[in-house]
Design a protein around this ligand. Sequence first.
Ligand code: ADP
Length: 161
Amino acid sequence: MRVAVYPGSFDPVTNGHIDILEKISRIFDKIIVAVVHNVSKQALFTLDERVELIRESTKHLDNIEVECFSGLLANYLHSKDACAIIRGLRTVADFEYEMHMGMINKRLIPEVDTIFIMADSRNIFVSSSIIKEAALLGGDVSELVPEIVKLKLEAKRREME
Ligand code: ADP
């Protein structure tokens, strides 16, 4: 069985992430979305909320599992018997960082390759951080995130008022 891991913060999941998942779900037998606790990024949603939002937004795909993960990605990949790490590429700025991550992961776990999927042109400018900023200031992000995420962002905004 070809298992791929798609790691990321997903704070929150956006249409950009969903597009990547729709593409790779056709290529691999099973995709594990690994929601990472990133200490250097201030999160708006808890890990459990992020997992739930991804589960709700990927109900139309039948080979996606969603889990939280912390620690070394290489160990996690090994424990899941994964053959690939999936990452999305939007711009050249993404590429530079991703290339370094891909190289270190290749060194740590040589049997696993990083596979880059190009962002759809509609989603090039879509990032979780831009979405959060716009939504919390009252901007309409309904075209950029799944409906459930839009509703959760509205709830967060009301909590902060
Ligand atoms: P991280 O903190 O690991 O970058 P993100 O949730 O921001 O977590 O992104 C997870 C992955 O999804 C990364 O590979 C990122 O490049 C990709 N990604 C994020 N937004 C988009 C988008 N709009 N289109 C395609 N890929 C994206």
